[in-house]
Design a protein around this ligand. Structure first.
Ligand code: GLC
Length: 669
C-alpha cells in the first residue's frame, strides 16, 4: 500500500507520473518537525536500511549520513556524502518494514544513525515535499510497488548489452580504427566504441572536429560494417561563441538559464565560457533534444550525457571576484591562515554552492532559483534526449545513459556510476551499488570497468571485468593521462578473451533477465537478505549478490586473492568457467566456505531447480545465435525451469506475450 503526504507547496518533479491521493492523517513511523524541517524515525537495534540508489558505503546504509545533491566529485571516498545522483528512496527492514520516497528536488540529507546510532533523520533544505510511505509483504514487494508507481525503466537496444571500449583521448577516426582492429585481430568480442569530448570541435556539443573526423557518416557506416556502434558524449554546457548555431539560437530564443537580472548565466566547463540550456523549461528542453538530430542523421544510435549535475568549473562572476581578491595578496607575507585562505579561493571556484543560487529556471512560467531544483537538471537533460528520440526515431531504441540523475529519469535512460578510480575499493563499491540502483528503477547501469581515474593493473581490470560481464552496461573507460586500459595493452590476452567471451555467451540470459525486470518492475540484482529474509547470515552479506532468480555472484575484489569466503544460504551448484574453455561444476552445501578462484576463473552459483540459457561464443551481439542455446542446469528436485524472454532486441513491442517461453528440464543431461 502506498500513502502520500504533502508538506508545503511542492515543485512538480515528474518522478511519479500518477500520484495517489494525499492522505489526511499523520505520517506513520516518523516524528515530523516542521520548524526543523525534519522527519525522524527511531530504528530498532537490528533494523537495516536499503536503498538511496547511487551513493557511497554499504548495501545496508545504516551508520552514515548521505546527501541527495548531484555533485561532480571524482573522489568517491568513504567520507563523502553524495555522488552524481539524487535517489531519495529507501526501505527500512526490521521491527517495522516500510519504504519511503521523498520527492523533493533540492538538497536533502538522510542521517541514518550518524548523529545518533538509533535515529534516522531526513532533513530537506526547504519544507516543500511529497513523502510516500509504502508498506507491503516484504522488501521485494515494497520495491515492486514503488517501481510500479514511478513507471517502467528504460530499455536499451540489444547491442548495448555488448562490451564497449571507451577512453577519454580517442582523438581521431584512426585512433578508433586502431582500437577496433586490435579487438577484432585478437578475437576479443566488442560492440561499441565511445567517443569522448575529443570528437567535438573545441568541446562544442553537436559539432564534429572536421580535421580528425572528416567523413563522419562514412566512418559511422564503416564501423557498423564491423558491427561497432559509435557512442558520442554530449555535455550539458553549450559553448559561448559567436557564429556557433546552438549558442546563437539558444540566445535568440532565450533558452539558456538566466541570472536574477535576466541576463544569461555564464559558467565555465570544458570549452571555457558556456551556458546551460534551461532543461526545466518545456520549450527549451524540446529544442535541446532536437539537437541530437545532428548526430542521429549521421547514423549514430547511442549517446552518453555528461557534466549534467551541472558541473561548474567556475562562473564568470566568481572568477572575477577571486582574481580581484588575489590581487590584494600581492606582496603579503602569507602565514598559515592567509595561505589557507588564498588556496581556498581557487580551490573553492568549482561547483561552488553559491553559484547554484545565482541562476534561475523558467519552469513553464514559474521562475525558480536553481538550487531549489538542483537535482532535476541531469534528469531533464536526459528527458530532453529521450523525448526527442521518440519524436525523431520512434521505431528505434536509442542507447542513452547519463551521469547525473533523479528518480524518474530511469524512464528515459540508464546511468553510469561516474568517475570512479582504479581502486579495488571501487570495484567493491560498484558491486554494492547495483541493488540500490535497481531499487530506484535504474537497471541499465554499470561502472567504468578497470576504473576511470588513476592507473589500473592487469589484475584489477581482470577481476573487474569478471564482475562487469554481469552488469547491463559493460564498458571499460579511463581518463586522459592514466595508463592505457584497453585489455590488449596487457599480457594475458587469452584471459581477457575468455572473460569477455563469457559475457557474450550469457547475453541471452542477461537480456532476458533485464527485460523481465524492466517490464515487471523487479530488481535484477538483489542483496541476499531480500530473498532469504529469515537467514541471519544472509542479512550480513555485503559482497555477494543475487542475479535474477537463478544466480548468486561472489566476485573477487581484493588484490592477490586467489579465492574468497562465500556464504551459501542454501545448497547451490558452483559453476566455474576456466580460461582453457572447460567448465567445472560442483554441488556445494549451504553455509560459509572458502572457494578457490584463479585469476581468470569466472565462478558463479546456481540456485536449486534453475536453468541458464547459454549461447555459443560470438564476437559481437549481431552474431549471437539465439536459436541454438545450451542450458546450464541444476535439477535438485523433479524439474528445473526458466522463463525466457527473447525478442529481436530492437523493436518496441515489449509486452508481446510471444516473447516469453518456458524452458524446463527434468534431468541434468
Ligand atoms: C567527465 C566524465 C568522464 C569523461 C570526462 C571527459 O569526467 O565523467 O567519463 O571521460 O568528463 O569528457
Amino acid at each position: 500500500m502506498i500513502s502520500r503526504y504533502t508538506y508545503g507547496s511542492c515543485i512538480e518533479t515528474g518522478a511519479v507520473p500518477e500520484k495517489p491521493e494525499i492522505e489526511a492523517g499523520a505520517l506513520p513511523f516518523f516524528v515530523v518537525d516542521e520548524e526543523q524541517m525534519t522527519l525522524t524515525y527511531r530504528m530498532a537495534e537490528h533494523d537495516r536500511v536499503y536503498g538511496l540508489g547511487e551513493n557511497l558505503r554499504g548495501i545496508n546504509k545504516r551508520g552514515w549520513i548521505y546527501e541527495s545533491k548531484c555533485t561532480d566529485d571524482p573522489n568517491h571516498m568513504e567520507e563523502k556524502r553524495s555522488l552524481y545522483a539524487a535517489h531519495n528512496f529507501f526501505v527500512v527492514d526490521g521491527s517495522e518494514t516500510f519504504g519511503v520516497f521523498v520527492d523533493y528536488p533540492g538538497i536533502v540529507s538522510f542521517d541514518i544513525g550518524y548523529t545518533k546510532m538509533e535515529e534516522l533523520k531526513i532533513q530537506a533544505s526547504d519544507w516543500n515535499l511529497d513523502v510516500y510511505v509504502i508498506t507491503g509483504m516484504d522488501v521485494k514487494d515494497i520495491v515492486k510497488q514503488f517501481r510500479k508507481m514511478i513507471g517502467r525503466s528504460y530499455i536499451p537496444p540489444l547491442w548495448a548489452f555488448g562490451y564497449g571500449q571507451s577512453r577519454w583521448g580517442y582523438r581521431s577516426e584512426d585512433d578508433v580504427r586502431e582500437v577496433v582492429k586490435a579487438y577484432r585481430d585478437l578475437q576479443i568480442p566488442l560492440d561499441s566504441v565511445y567517443l569522448d569530448i575529443d570528437y567535438m570541435e573545441r568541446y562544442k556539443d553537436f559539432t564534429l572536429n572536421q580535421e580528425t573526423f572528416p567523413d563522419f557518416p562514412d566512418f559511422v557506416e564503416e564501423m557498423k560494417k564491423e558491427n561497432i556502434h559509435l557512442v558520442p558524449i554530449i555535455d550539458a554546457g553549450v559553448k559561448e561563441e559567436k557564429g556557433y548555431p546552438v549558442y546563437e539560437e539558444g540566445i535568440e530564443k532565450g533558452y539558456f538559464c538566466k541570472k536574477e537580472d535576466g541576463t544569461p548565466f555564464v559558467a565555465a566547463v570544458w570549452p571555457g565560457r558556456a551556458l546551460f540550456p534551461d532543461m526545466l523549461n518545456t520549450e527549451a528542453r524540446n529544442w535541446f533534444g532536437d539537437q541530437y538530430r545532428f548526430l542521429l542523421d549521421q547514423g549514430i544510435e547511442g549517446f552518453w550525457n555528461d557534466m549534467n549535475e551541472p558541473s561548474i568549473f567556475y562562473t564568470e562572476d566568481s572568477l572575477k571576484a577571486v582574481m580581484e581578491k588575489i590581487d590584494t595578496y600581492k606582496g603579503k607575507n602569507l602565514d598559515l591562515d592567509s595561505f589557507s585562505e588564498f588556496q581556498g579561493l581557487v580551490g573553492g571556484l568549482s561547483n561552488n554552492p553559491e553559484d547554484y543560487k545565482a541562476f534561475y529556471h523558467d519552469m513553464d512560467g514559474v521562475r525558480v532559483r536553481h538550487d531549489r531544483v538542483h537535482n532535476l537538471f541531469g534528469y531533464n537533460m536526459t528527458k530532453a534526449a529521450g523525448e526527442a528520440f521518440e519524436r525523431l526515431e520512434p521505431d528505434k531504441r536509442i542507447l542513452m545513459f547519463s551521469r547525473s540523475s533523479y528518480i524518474g529519469m530511469h524512464r528515459y535512460g540508464g546511468i553510469w556510476q561516474g568517475d570512479n578510480k582504479s581502486w579495488w575499493s571501487h570495484l567493491l563499491l560498484n558491486i554494492k551499488m547495483m541493488p540500490s540502483l535497481n531499487m530506484c528503477g535504474f537497471l541499465y547501469t554499470g561502472a567504468d570497468l578497470g576504473g576511470f581515474g588513476a592507473d589500473t593493473t592487469e589484475e584489477l581490470l581482470m577481476r573487474w571485468l569478471e564482475f562487469g560481464i554481469f552488469t547491463p552496461l559493460m564498458r571499460n573507460h579511463s581518463a586522459a593521462g592514466t595508463r592505457e586500459q584497453e585489455v590488449y595493452r596487457f599480457g594475458n590476452t587469452a584471459g581477457f578473451r575468455h572473460v569477455i567471451g563469457l559475457r557474450y555467451r550469457l547475453i541471452p540470459y542477461l537480456y532476458s533477465e533485464y527485460m523481465k525486470a524492466a517490464l515487471r518492475g523487479e530488481m535484477m540484482f538483489r542483496p541476499l537478505a531480500f530473498d532469504y529474509p529469515d537467514d541471519k547470515y544472509a542479512a550480513q552479506v555485503e559482497d555477494q549478490l543475487l542475479l535474477g532468480n537463478e544466480l548468486m555472484l561472489a566476485p573477487v575484489y581484493e588484490q592477490n586473492a586467489r579465492g574468497r569466503y562465500v556464504y551459501l544460504p542454501e545448497t547451490m551448484k558452483m559453476v566455474r568457467f576456466k580460461e582453457d574453455g572447460t567448465m567445472e561444476t560442483e554441488i556445494r552445501p549451504a553455509g560459509h566456505q572458502y572457494i578457490d578462484v584463479e585469476l581468470t576463473d569466472v565462478v558463479f552459483f546456481m540456485r536449486p531447480d534453475t536453468l541458464i540459457p547459454l549461447a555459443k561464443p560470438a564476437q559481437c551481439t549481431q552474431d549471437i545465435d539465439f536459436e541454438h542455446l545450451e542450458l546450464l542446469k541444476f535439477v535438485q528436485n523433479e524439474m528445473a525451469s526458466y522463463e525466457y524472454y527473447h525478442d529481436d532486441g530492437y523493436s518496441k513491442d515489449y509486452e508481446n506475450p510471444e516473447h516469453l517461453s518456458l524452458l524446463f528440464s527434468t534431468t541434468e543431461e
